[in-house]
Every structure is written in structure tokens, then in C-alpha cells.
Design a binder for this molecule. Structure first.
Ligand code: KG4
Ligand code: ZN
Length: 341
């Protein structure tokens, strides 16, 4: 990594899903502002994110959110050294709004454009929390669209170890919550309900995938929970929703923890970071913390505000790209299916 001789200010912009966010981060790790305009309340009526509505709301909010981020940071546009923006993965129409704003700023200010992979951004949220964290380490990325284990070998190098073959962890939380009549997003609702339930009440299947032990599959677990709810209803038996929530969360946590420990042992790494929206789950944090400690490793996870989508993590990722001179061309396009690593 290059030596930093003067303070570097990165403006981060994030609009991949239903949060319009902007942030200013100094020297990669000092948060000067973190503005998030969430559309959750709007999409909740529909039980999930409506892409058309998300794009329109991003257009309305992007400029005020950027202005607010600069104002709160006490930094002018002229002081900004680089513009970091999420260009994928995510909803294409949503991504394009942030990307267009970032390109316009980078062009007008003649400053580098730094196109950030949203999933790498989630991993980098951990650098904000833990100033001592340095690669190499293992990362478990669990969001609404992705579930992956990866080795972060350097600030700009990643190695994918395994990913989900079907549903993402957050997607399973959201779909099960929806069938249970809980509001969107389902993850926090299931976590809350599970506090009153018995995690051992129902045994839901855990796909361990012996042919590819670091890959994930949650569709069987999700279907099993949904079938259970359906069958109990058909039979006219009352369902204890808290037990279902707790047992599902237990099965999900069990798989995530077992595979993470396997990856720690396989790679010999001694640090693991949690990343993505599902990393806000306290039960998962607790279980993984215990298991990592038993395996002689340390868990790092972001503070709650940096678990779900935000622009601080994008600015942090962009900072290391800036130091590495990994600038993006003005022809950079949104890539809704951008891969990790
Ligand atoms: O990273 P994120 O904000 O957006 C994507 O990049 O996908 O992740 C959103 C996902 C949703 O599926 C949401 O239900 C889940 O993260 N989530 C949680 C919790 N908070 C958010 N899942 C389980 N427990 C939580 N506390
Ligand atoms: Zn995300």
C-alpha cells in the first residue's frame, strides 16, 4: 500500500437497492458523515422492493443526500479527492442513478471515479469498526442477494471460496417472514420474534453439501419452513410462530457457523469478518463469536448502522482503490450481476 502523505477525502455514493446514501470518509477509516435515506416504509406496502419505485425515489433523493453528506462532514466538493460509487451488484435502474451522479461529479471536478463492488464494500465496513484489522482474513458475506465465503488476501485482492447455489441467507429470511405475515424486511422481524421462541422446537434441514463444503444451499431449508407452516395450517393446528422463527434462525446460523469454521480451519486464517445485511443478526454474531473463539480465531463485525446498506463502506472501499490507482473509466456501466472477487 502507498504511504499517505496528506489527508484523503473520499465521497461515497450508494444506490444499489432501496437506500439512497452518501458519506464522506477521511483516510479510509474516519467517518465524517453518513447519510442514508431509506425507502423501506414505501416498499413495505408491497412486501418487497419494487424496482421502478426504487429508481424514482433515488432520483428524487440523490442530490439532497450528497449535499447533506458534504455539509455534515464540513467538506467542500473541491476538497474531495475521489468519488466512490457502487456499480453492482444490485437493481440496474437503482444503480444507474448513483452512477450517473458520481460520473457527473467526477467529470466536473476532474477527480477520479472509483467504481465499487457493493459486496466488497460490505466487507470494508469492518475496517471502520476495527482500526487494527488488516488482510489477510476470512469474510462471510450474508446479504439479501448473496451468501459467500471469501478470503481477503489484500486490500485489493479477494479469493472466492464458496457461495450459495440458490437462495441467499437474507432472501430466505425475507421469504419466510413474508409467508408468516411479517413486514419487509423480514430478517429483523424474525430475529425479534425468535427471542420468544425455542430454537430446538422444530428441526429444519441443513444442507452441508459434502461435494463442495464451502458452498451453501438454503432453498431446501426455506421450502421446509414454508411447507411446515402450510401443513400445520391445513391440519388446523395452531402454529407457534416464535418457535418457527427461532428454529429457522437456529438452522440458518448452524450452517453459516459450521461452514465458516471449516473455512477458517482450511485456510489457517485467524480473523473472520461478518458482512452484509444479515450480519446485523445478534444471534448469528453471538454464535459465530463463540465458535471462532473455540477455533482460536477472532470475529469482527460492523456496528448496526454499517451492517445494512450505507455509503461509508463504499467510500472506505474506494479509498483503497484510490491508493492503488484503480480508477474507473467514464464509460463504467452498472453491472447488476457483478461477482465477488
Ligand atoms: O446488505 P443488505 O442491506 O442489502 C443487500 O445488499 O442485499 O441486506 C439486506 C438483507 C435483507 O434480506 C434483510 O432481511 C437482512 O439483510 N437483514 C437481516 C437482519 N437485518 C437485515 N437478516 C437477519 N437478521 C437481521 N437482524
Ligand atoms: Zn447490501
Amino acid at each position: 500500500m502507498d504511504k499517505v502523505e496528506q489527508d484523503i477525502y473520499i465521497l461515497g455514493i450508494e444506490s444499489s437497492c432501496d437506500e439512497t446514501a452518501a458519506a464522506v470518509v477521511k483516510n479510509g477509516r474516519e467517518v465524517l458523515s453518513n447519510i442514508i435515506s431509506s425507502q423501506i416504509v414505501i416498499h413495505r406496502k408491497f412486501g418487497g422492493v419494487v424496482p421502478e419505485i426504487a429508481s424514482r425515489k433515488h432520483i428524487e433523493h440523490i442530490i439532497p443526500v450528497i449535499h447533506e453528506a458534504l455539509k455534515r462532514a464540513g467538506v467542500t466538493l473541491k476538497q474531495i479527492d475521489g468519488i466512490a460509487v457502487t456499480y453492482g451488484p444490485g437493481l440496474v435502474g437503482a444503480l444507474l442513478v448513483g452512477l450517473a451522479a458520481a460520473k457527473a461529479l467526477a467529470w466536473a471536478l476532474d477527480k477520479p471515479l472509483l467504481g465499487v463492488n457493493h459486496l466488497e464494500g460490505h466487507v470494508f465496513a469492518n475496517f471502520i469498526n476495527d482500526p487494527s484489522l488488516e488482510p489477510p482474513f476470512l469474510a462471510l458475506v450474508v446479504s439479501g442477494g448473496h451468501t459467500s465465503l471469501m478470503k481477503v488476501t489484500g486490500y485489493n485482492s479477494f479469493e472466492l471460496l464458496g457461495q450459495t447455489r440458490d437462495d441467499a441467507a437474507g432472501e430466505a429470511f425475507d421469504k419466510i417472514a413474508r409467508v408468516m405475515g411479517l413486514p419487509y424486511p423480514g430478517g429483523p422481524e424474525i430475529e425479534k420474534l425468535a427471542l420468544e421462541g425455542n430454537p430446538q422446537a422444530i428441526s429444519f434441514p441443513r444442507a452441508m453439501l459434502e461435494d463442495e463444503p464451502l458452498a451453501f444451499s438454503f432453498s431446501g431449508m426455506k421450502s421446509s419452513v414454508i411447507n411446515y407452516l402450510h401443513n400445520e395450517k391445513q391440519a388446523g393446528r395452531p402454529v407457534n410462530k416464535a418457535d418457527v422463527a427461532a428454529s429457522f434462525q437456529e438452522a440458518m446460523t448452524d450452517v453459516l457457523v459450521q461452514k465458516t469454521i471449516l473455512a477458517l480451519k482450511g485456510t489457517g486464517l485467524k480473523e473472520v469478518v461478518l458482512a452484509g445485511g444479515v450480519s446485523a443478526n445478534k444471534y448469528l454474531q453471538h454464535k459465530l463469536d463463540l465458535a471462532a473463539e473455540q477455533a482460536g480465531a477472532r470475529l469482527v463485525h460492523p456496528r448496526p448502522i454499517l451492517c445494512t446498506d450505507n455509503a461509508v463502506m463504499i467510500a472506505c472501499r474506494g479509498y483503497y482503490m484510490f491508493l492503488h490507482h484503480s480508477y474507473s473509466a467514464m464509460t463504467l456501466n452498472a453491472d447488476p450481476a457483478l461477482k465477488l472477487g
